[in-house]
Design a protein. Structure first.
Lengths: 309, 548
């Protein structure tokens, strides 16, 4: 187990190192500098501005400084916000994205399990078909379409929820719903397929024969066994949600990291683009690692190391 | 507990969460309180450091939270600011400002002449890395300091005691008083700048204010902040608003939904939205001193094209072929107007007659649409240069709006016999660097005036200006601009005549092809009064704003 972990952590760092290197050199290939008014600046002004961002040094040196900085938690200065560290931008923008992602994940998984279970138990009835249609819709309708519809009908027309903004729990509801649709649908489909299998297995027949209640069977036997494979789904889902939805955050004016990422790309804020990319990669790698570890713990059939210890 | 119970519990729980949330959301509605308003910006606030501001959002925020010697009022006219009175020497090179004694910073410090000296020196100091220090050009030694040749202390600004400020210029600057209303010339509090160091101006707390409002709630990267009435402001009795809440809204339909649900009092409209709201009582178009024009590269590496662009008839044909009216109304549809020339409308008025600059310098043939004449001139021009076919590339940005523009112009130009046009839509920065390097055939450029004077436009096309990408070269134009900036700087009428002559020369030569003047279509709640809009520099002055 320990050996396995060390190996995985080594690969994690290797991946991040490659990501950082590739992004760094890709960004260097792009045009653009922090200079806003290039034609009007004197050479000494230009030099001062470039020096402030460390761009006066040769590229290979910039690269080593950048990689060295990452170990110290520094990701450079933003071009867009003057004198603002990229790490501060990421730090201050992460909260709302994490919150929305977390809420969407919880809502999506809980309701997805319920929807999936209904489908499986009432297989081939109208309830099953409805659940299937709902989950197909959840996958097919892009989150931004849902976001616009939610904002228009539940925000503007009925006035039940705030249209956009970020000042309290009420403001999180519509973006959470918009984000929850896709994990909900995926969970529902996953649970339904898995539970249909489980429900037709021998030990369920035995439980039925013992005279257990229908809920007892579903809850204690069928659902628990179906949940184990869910873990593999949650890791990537969590990563996708927590890194912030660029479009949903934009529509609801949420000060999240996804929204900032889009803006950074639009204004050629390379240090922020690099920083956020590395941060996203780190988060994804970490969540995948966690998934594998958790999976090994809850399902004894999976062995994390090959040597059988 | 059976399955039905679970379903019921879920539905009830879900419904109650929705209900509770709905109750919570009705707390804030806009305009309910008489002296507050909810405003929007369409981009983040990148800085509150006067020396570092380069964008419109920070310029607006700084203009309303700080104040310079003057404050820009209606039609770009200056109104009193920190300066109580001003005397100008006969040669127009020395300005002496007497400052009011009751001006204070929001931390209680007095606003003194030293704050101006410090702020100006900080901006021109190359070490500060300000991107707008070039606006100081003309103030004694400013250029040499920017080039690192002279020490910062040699800048032509001196404090004589706390309330007397003397500014020395290299040469008279006709629009100097207007510049004093621009944020780049505002004072800075040395104590506060030193206290926060590199954090100065990166949050609303790491800053100090001497204007009508002070800012709260800006963390440096968030999307909302508030302008609160500044009780230390010298003229606070004329400030009626107690708070203006800002929110960044980037999505146009979100802005419209917020406006329609009364959560905000101001939003900008997208082109599609304008169609439905043109007759709304809150519809308001804000003109900007910004002209979009096509530059033709006279130094094109393609020798045939360079020759073509040096031909007057071909240049005129390319201009006459564009139906600007149809383009502005049908393709843009955002309140933008057909350019009456290169200098924008509503920027400056004739000092004697009060007529707009664009009327005085109007050259109809340079901005007209006449396809038949265009075809005729094009044929003649092609004959003169001995060609039958031309292949032009048209460079522009890669935004949706820019793509529509290039498609429109491409369509219009290709009606000319023997002309094919290829569009090149590239990212903004690529377009700029290619323009400056002269690596283009034709390019759609835009210029925003830095200050409310035609020279802010006209200085661009002198033969040695770094923004003259198409290498327009006219001795008459150069000398007219030079006179306006030099010999006639102290003579208002002569200077006006020089600038009119320059514009007419540029238009008669068809040195550039003006297309349209940009405007911003907005919904602005019609009970909000007293906002002063400016076409150049900071967009608006909220000092006298009120809600009826």
């Amino acid at each position: 187990m320990r050996k396995y972990l060390l190996k995985r952590i080594f690969y994690l760092f290797l991946t991040l190192f490659i990501v950082a290197t590739v992004t760094f050199f890709l960004m260097k290939l792009m045009p653009g500098t922090p200079l806003q008014n290039e034609a009007k600046l004197t050479p000494s002004e230009k030099a001062a501005i470039l020096a402030q961002y460390g761009l006066d040094k040769p590229v290979w040196l910039q690269y080593f400084i950048y990689i060295g900085g990452i170990f110290k938690g520094s990701l450079g200065l933003s071009f867009q916000f003057s004198d603002q560290a990229v790490s501060y931008i990421i730090g201050s923008r992460m909260g709302p994205s994490m919150q929305l992602g977390g809420q969407a994940l919880i809502v999506g998984i809980i309701f997805g399990i319920i929807l999936g279970a209904i489908g499986a138990i009432r297989k081939d009835t109208w309830a099953d078909r409805l659940a299937t249609v709902l989950s197909i819709l959840g996958i097919a309708v892009p989150s931004f379409v849902l976001a616009i519809l939610l904002q228009y009908y539940l925000g503007l027309k009925t006035g039940w929820f705030p249209v956009a903004g970020w000042s309290g729990f009420a403001y999180t509801i519509l973006p959470t719903l918009a984000l929850a649709a896709s994990p909900l649908a995926e969970t529902a489909r996953f649970i339904r397929t898995d539970m249909v299998d489980v429900l037709s297995s021998d030990y369920i027949e035995l439980a039925k024969a013992k005279g257990l209640s229908k809920f007892g069977i579903v809850y204690h036997h069928a659902l628990r066994n179906s949940l184990i494979p869910m873990v593999t789904l949650i890791g990537p889902l969590a990563a996708a949600l927590m890194t912030g939805s660029m479009v949903v955050e934009n529509i609801f004016s949420v000060p999240g990291i996804g929204e900032q990422f889009v803006k950074s790309i639009l204004v050629n804020d390379y240090p922020t683009i690099m920083g956020v990319t590395i941060f996203y990669s780190a988060l994804l790698c970490l969540l995948l690692l966690l998934t594998d570890i958790v999976y090994g713990i809850i399902d004894p059939r999976i062995r994390l190391s090959g040597n059988g210890d | 507990m059976n399955f039905k119970t679970v379903a019921k519990v879920t539905v009830v729980a879900g419904a109650s969460v929705l209900f509770l949330a709905a109750c919570g959301s009705n707390k804030s509605t806009s305009s309910s309180a008489k002296n507050t308003a909810n405003w929007t910006e369409s981009a983040e606030l990148p800085t509150m450091d006067i020396s570092k501001s380069t964008d419109v959002v920070s310029s607006n925020a700084l203009n309303n939270t700080n104040e310079g010697l003057y404050r820009l009022g209606k039609n770009g006219k200056v109104t009193p600011g920190i300066a109580k009175s001003t005397t100008v020497s006969k040669d127009g090179k020395t300005y002496t400002f007497t400052l009011r004694k009751n001006a204070k910073w929001s931390n209680g410090d007095k606003v003194t002449a030293k704050d101006f000296v410090y702020g100006w020196q900080r901006t021109v100091n190359p070490k500060t890395a300000s991107q707008y220090a070039y606006l100081y050009s003309g103030i004694k030694n400013a250029d040499d300091i920017a080039n690192g040749k002279k020490p910062v202390s040699s800048l032509g600004i001196k404090a004589d005691g706390d309330y007397k400020l003397t500014v020395t210029l290299d040469k008279p600057i006709a629009y100097f008083d207007k510049l004093m209303g621009f944020i780049n010339f505002f004072p800075q509090n040395e104590k506060v700048v030193k206290k926060y160091g590199s954090k100065y101006g990166t949050t609303s707390a790491a800053m100090v204010y001497n204007g009508p409002y002070k800012m709260t709630g800006w963390t440096g990267t968030n999307l909302s902040w508030t302008l609160k009435k500044n009780n230390d402001y010298w003229d606070k009795k004329n400030v009626k608003m107690s708070a203006i809440n800002y929110q960044v809204v980037k999505d146009a339909s979100t802005g419209l939904n917020l406006f329609n649900s009364n959560k905000i009092d101001f939003t900008t409209l997208s082109n599609e939205q304008v169609k439905n709201y043109k007759n709304d009582k809150n519809y308001l178009v804000r003109k900007t001193a910004s002209t979009f024009y096509v530059e033709l590269n006279r130094n094109d590496s393609d020798k045939t094209l360079a020759k073509a662009f040096k031909n007057q008839k071909i240049r005129e044909a390319l201009s006459l072929a564009i139906n600007r009216k149809s383009y502005v109304n049908n393709t843009l549809g955002n309140g933008s107007t057909v350019s009456k020339g290169y200098v924008s409308e509503d920027l400056a008025k004739n000092p004697t007659t009060g007529k707009d600059f664009t009327s005085d310098a109007y050259v109809a043939s340079a901005v007209e649409y006449d396809q038949a004449k265009a075809k005729k001139l094009f044929k003649e021009g092609m004959k003169e240069i001995g060609e039958t076919k031309l292949n032009i590339k048209l460079l522009s940005d890669d935004t949706d709006g820019a793509k529509k523009s290039t498609e429109y112009i491409q369509g219009a130009w290709e009606k000319l016999p023997g002309l094919t046009v290829t569009n090149q839509n590239v990212p903004f920065k690529t377009r700029l660097s290619r323009s400056q390097a002269g690596n283009f055939d034709t390019v759609i450029s835009a210029w925003n005036a830095d200050f409310t004077d035609p020279i802010s436009f006209l200085s661009l096309f002198t033969s040695d200006n770094s923004y003259n990408n198409g290498k327009y070269n006219s001795a008459a134009y150069d000398s007219a601009v030079k006179k306006a900036e030099g010999a006639d700087a102290n003579n208002e009428t002569a200077r006006w005549a020089d600038m009119v002559a320059a514009e007419k020369q540029l238009m008669n030569d068809q040195g550039v092809i003006p297309i349209y003047q940009q405007a911003t279509a907005t919904l602005t709640r019609n009970n909000v009064k007293g906002i002063i809009y400016n076409t150049a520099g900071s967009n608006y002055n909220l000092k006298y704003m009120s809600v009826k």
